[in-house]
Design a binder for this molecule. Sequence first.
Ligand code: HEC
Length: 103
Amino acid sequence: MRLLTIACLSLFALGAQAEEPWGKVDLDAAKPLHEKACQSCHIRMYGGDGSKMYSRDGRMLSNKLELLQRVASCNAMVSSGWFPEEEGNVAAWLNKHYYRFEN
Ligand code: HEC
């Protein structure tokens, strides 16, 4: 029994370590949010689908936390009124499709 407890605790510790800055997310919710509030302005700057913003040379971000903060500040700038969960959804979605930060 004690062994089992220890095993569970160490699993928990591992899980906690791997936790994302955005917590649990709903990736399916992110795409429409991003299209609605974010894409047009990036398209105006970079053309195409605007995603060059996220893959351009000299992009500003280098990890997940910075990505989440950037999403939050762009969100504040455009007053789209997202909840923090929605910012998290979009940050995680951007990471999955464009940034691919491991940390
Ligand atoms: C009014 C125009 C505008 C809107 C709307 C906008 N952005 Fe941006 N975004 C910018 C500009 C300008 C930059 C680049 C800033 C720079 O180069 O210093 C940027 C940069 C970014 C970056 C960093 C790109 C990099 O260098 O890696 C992310 C991430 C981002 N925006 C996400 C979002 C999200 C998410 C939304 C929707 C909530 C959004 N943006 C809406 C103008 C906009």
